[in-house]
Design a protein around this ligand. Structure first.
Ligand code: DON
Length: 577
């Protein structure tokens, strides 16, 4: 199965932030084994809280917080645990983004995969220049250079309180001693296995994964133990690097040089003032943060059009689709890796620009798709499965983390003798301008393939603060549905005053400019009956998709956190005293 085959507006001042990249190589890193004892800090919240994708990672986080760890320690423990117990999306063979709020300051860590050195712009095209179906999705050539281990190493080394070995311990336990497989995991395995059959070694590692049975991963336990002993350098230059490179030889592009040169990057998060809150979210190479800010602000700009419009009514769906049309037109044109392409972040998030776009929304009927162009004018040069978790600790530090191997079980390739599932993130590049990827989104040269470049993402780990204190920690998987889903849940919470769990569980829908005037609905709460008829009568086509997102959110009420896991997934929340 691929995930998406068919199946008040306050006057808001936006803080424009120059994109500053700071390389943070693990090679210079002092091992994080010996941290100076942290100064005792007073707690500012009544408890810590987590919203995570499964119960094993919840147990891991609870253990780490009870051992005195902070939100970053817990996040790193969750990430490694999910690589074991949520292998369809949790990973060390992929990459992601972490938005942090630590000691009252925002940070953003980009540990997205990069294209291998041997990658070329037309690597997925045939002699006639057509995209070769499936090549960027399944098998060895779909794999980007993984960033998760360096990302976790950088985050824990910079902000963690506990020893590195301590945060790795739960993951090693689950890999060595096993965990009980859920029905959802088995179903996802069975679906993915159909795509990989005959193309990869997926079944060698995951053929025995069955609901109710204890699943052990000895090779992965050995890898995690080496990473625990040696830090990230085992993965990028040590025995694990050798094993990954050996697996790829003769099949894929990634080499040991790719691993050696990989670096996670600290960047400035996108920051915006909205509705009395400050929004911190993902900058490029994600499109999601810019998309989310545009959505929130455009909706605020046309608040009068939303007056008396009820949540998820046909008119609500129409107005949101109108806004989304414009956001996705910009996404396709201007977004890519900022280290390779000058993304016009300031212009795209400028209040006057967004207000102009909002002014073009037609409240009565769908705007003609062809008339919706990227909004900055033609002067811009053309060249130039996932899981989320949210954590807050009692000291008020928060981590919002989304990471991915793209489709469930990534490329289906498991690096031999490691148990590491390798990603298919190369599909997030634009293989050919105008040709859609797995999520149906198109791109331009801004997102063309180049060695060491990061493919454009939609992942949007987000934190909202008020008066310098964390108010909301939120994110989800879902490819191009990620930031439209987060947007809807934020509307539910702040515009419709819904309780958190209800806001997360409410119906969601999606529109992304292409296919024209198409509203995607989700299996969890389908659009059907009278509602469907009325939306169609407005000029839209309805289309089912087979995935609904998996929001993990924490909201702070006064000094007390509450957490909500999406009822669509197998997520778990805990509030930990
Ligand atoms: O980076 C991205 O936007 C995608 N690779 C995320 C994939 C995803 O969310 C799959 N989950 N359902």
């Amino acid at each position: 199965m691929r995930l998406f085959h068919n199946a008040k507006a306050s006057a808001s001042g936006l803080a424009l932030v120059a994109l500053v990249s700071v390389s943070a190589g693990f090679l210079e890193a002092t091992p994080a084994y010996a941290k100076p004892p942290a100064k005792a800090q007073p707690a500012v919240l009544t408890a810590s809280a987590i919203a995570v994708a499964d119960k094993y990672s919840a147990d891991a986080a609870e253990q780490i917080l009870k051992e005195g760890g902070n939100a970053v320690d817990a996040a790193v423990a969750i990430a490694f645990t999910l690589a074991v117990t949520y292998p369809e999306a949790g990973n060390i063979g992929g990459g992601g983004f972490m938005t942090l709020y630590v000691d009252g300051k925002p940070y953003f860590l980009d540990y997205r995969e990069r294209a291998p050195l041997a990658a070329t712009k037309n690597m997925y095209l045939d002699d006639k220049g057509e995209v070769i179906k499936g090549m960027s999705l399944f098998g060895y050539r779909a794999v980007g250079v993984p960033g998760t281990v360096d990302g976790m190493w950088q985050a824990q080394r910079r902000f963690g309180k506990l020893k590195w070995k301590q945060v790795l311990a739960p993951a090693i336990h689950y890999a060595r001693d096993g965990f009980e497989v859920s029905q959802q995991l088995q179903d996802r395995r069975d679906e993915a296995a159909k795509d990989f059959a005959g193309k990869t070694n997926f079944d060698t590692y995951f053929g025995n994964l069955k609901q109710g049975v204890n699943f052990k991963q000895a090779d992965l336990a050995a890898v995690l133990t080496r990473i625990s002993d040696q830090g990230a350098k085992d993965f990028y230059r040590g025995k694990t690097a050798d094993l990954i490179a050996a697996s790829m030889r003769g099949h894929g592009l990634m080499t040991k040089a790719d691993l050696q040169q990989y670096k996670a990057v600290w960047r400035q998060p996108i920051q915006a003032d909205w509705n009395g809150y400050r929004v911190y979210t993902a900058p490029p190479p994600s499109s999601g943060g810019i998309g989310l800010v545009q959505l929130l602000k455009m909706k605020a700009d046309i608040a009068p059009d939303f007056k008396d419009v009820t949540l998820n009514s046909p008119q609500y769906v129409h107005l949101i689709a109108e806004i989304e049309k414009r956001v996705f037109a910009d996404r396709a044109q201007y977004l890519g890796d900022p280290d390779f392409y000058k993304v016009p972040i300031a212009q795209l998030t400028d209040d006057a620009y967004i207000a102009k776009r909002a002014g073009e929304v037609n409240p009565n009927a769908p705007s003609d798709t062809k008339s919706i162009q990227a909004g900055l004018g033609t002067s811009m040069p053309e060249k130039a499965e996932t899981t989320h978790f949210s954590v807050i600790d009692k000291w008020g530090n928060a981590v919002s983390n989304t990471y991915t191997i793209n489709g469930y079980f990534g490329s289906g390739v498991v690096a031999d003798r490691t148990g590491i599932v390798l990603n298919d993130e190369m599909d997030d590049f634009s293989a050919k301008p105008g040709v859609a990827n797995m999520f149906g989104v198109v791109g331009s040269d801004a997102n063309s393939i180049e060695p060491k470049k990061r493919p454009l993402s939609s992942m949007s780990p987000t934190i909202l603060t008020k008066d310098g204190k964390v108010s909301l920690v939120i994110g989800t998987p879902g490819g191009s549905r990620i930031f439209t889903s987060i947007f809807q849940v934020i509307n539910n919470i702040y515009d419709f005053n819904m309780p958190l769990q209800e806001a997360v569980g409410a119906m969601r829908f999606h529109h992304q400019l292409l296919p024209p005037n198409t509203i995607f609905w989700e299996p969890y709460k389908p659009i059907e009956g009278e509602l469907a008829k009325q939306i169609e009568a407005k000029g839209y086509m309805l289309k089912g998709q087979d995935f609904s997102g998996d929001i993990q959110a924490i909201k702070v009420n006064g000094d007390t956190p509450e957490a909500a896991a999406d009822p669509r997934g197998r997520g778990v929340t805990r509030v930990i005293q």
